[in-house]
Design a protein around this ligand. Structure first.
Ligand SMILES: [Zn+2]
Ligand SMILES: [Zn+2]
Length: 368
């Protein structure tokens, strides 16, 4: 079928929204009409060339839409279902999948992280070339082919732009709190970075009844939003306030039980470790450049029994976690509408990426 998609022909250059050709779904695959797609830092990393990848590629991995056709042997999803896309479609049979750690599925490294569908088929073409689907999702496009495991059916009366955010930012942020850190009620947490992931760490901590939720950012606008999402205190970096001193003061001199680094730079990791109390944990969710190295002051790390936890895509099982998040949204306990700060048409996708690069808060969403 003829569609329009935002194609990255060369990293470091703008995306080109242009006609493309999409084949129908093969076995275990679905054709999904995209209704909304969030613009995430991972798209920006790929577009800028922070992560090397083969082009041409269609970016976008945080989407929601309607299933229009199902391929042979599809059982979990039906035509007409409203779905949230999951960019980590797990195989269900490898050792990590059997351990319940779907986000570490071995198949992801073989296909999804190489921007291929699990079937290996090339379904999207433009200018006579095959176009790779970023993370097997490629939702900066009118329609996509995804594997059955990459679509989670949800209720039909919910806003697509709100649903789209569940597919990456919300799952990543809330899951870091519940699945990776397993915070308990009354915990004192620090969240470095109040962007798309950080705001969701903050609301996850609020849902789990943390006592103290300290949001830290360089920018005033995200800090105002952080308060709306449940932060009890904010620290505006660069206004003469030392982050470590501020956290120490707010925690009675002890440091935080959990520090979430959603930025993922060597400098923020250093700050995160310094702000953690004895026996506390740093949870690292921010994706850095592929070659970034952080450092750890080893002696105090051992003496104070600190822990460092990496967390990708919410550290859980997206096919179970996404429906649970939808219920929280339906109960009014999870803010999704408020996350969507701006919406764009597909042909304005480069503006959305520029706004994200300027980091002006919350989430831009492409809407059809
Ligand atoms: Zn993302
Ligand atoms: Zn697996």
């Amino acid at each position: 079928m003829h569609i329009h998609a935002a194609i990255l022909w060369e990293q470091g250059q703008p995306l080109s929204v242009e006609p493309a050709e999409l084949d129908g779904p093969g076995p275990g695959e679905l054709l999904v009409e995209i209704k909304a797609a969030g613009v995430c830092h991972s798209d920006l990393h790929a577009a800028r060339g922070d992560w090397a990848m083969k082009v041409p590629v269609v970016l976008g991995h945080e989407g929601a839409g309607i299933v229009r056709e199902v391929g042979p042997s599809v059982t979990r999803v039906r035509e007409g279902d409203h779905v949230v896309l999951c960019w980590a479609p797990a195989c269900g049979v490898c050792p990590p999948c059997k351990e319940g750690r779907a986000v570490l599925c071995d198949r992801l490294e073989k296909v999804t992280y190489r921007n291929k569908l699990p079937s290996g088929a090339a379904r999207l073409h433009a200018r006579g070339k095959d176009v790779a689907p970023f993370l097997g999702t490629a939702c900066f496009s009118d329609f996509v082919i995804v594997s059955e495991e990459a679509a989670v059916p949800v209720a039909q009366d919910l806003r697509f732009d709100a649903l789209a955010t569940l597919g990456c930012a919300v799952l990543t942020g809330v899951g870091a709190v519940t699945n990776a850190a397993r915070v308990t009620a009354g915990s004192r947490v620090v969240v470095i970075g109040a962007g798309g992931i950080g705001l969701n760490v903050i609301q996850g901590a609020a849902i789990d009844k943390c006592d103290l939720i300290i949001a830290i950012d360089l920018r005033p606008a995200p800090l105002a939003l952080a308060t709306q999402f449940g932060a009890t205190h904010t620290v505006h970096v660069g206004t003469g306030v030392g982050v470590q001193e501020a956290v120490r003061e707010l925690t009675g001199g002890r440091g935080a039980d959990f520090v979430f680094d959603t930025v993922g730079s060597p400098a923020t990791l250093t700050t995160a470790i310094a702000c953690t109390r004895k026996g506390g944990a740093v949870v690292l969710t921010g994706l850095s450049r592929q070659d970034a190295q952080g450092s750890i002051p080893m002696f105090p790390f051992v003496m104070q029994e600190k822990r460092l936890i990496g967390s990708v895509y919410g550290s859980g099982q997206p096919l179970k976690d996404i429906p649970r998040l939808v219920s929280l949204y339906q109960d009014g306990r999870l803010k999704l509408n408020e996350l969507v700060s701006r919406t764009y048409a597909l042909d304005k996708v480069n503006d959305a990426l520029s706004a994200l690069a300027a980091s002006d808060g919350a989430r831009g969403v492409i809407r059809w």
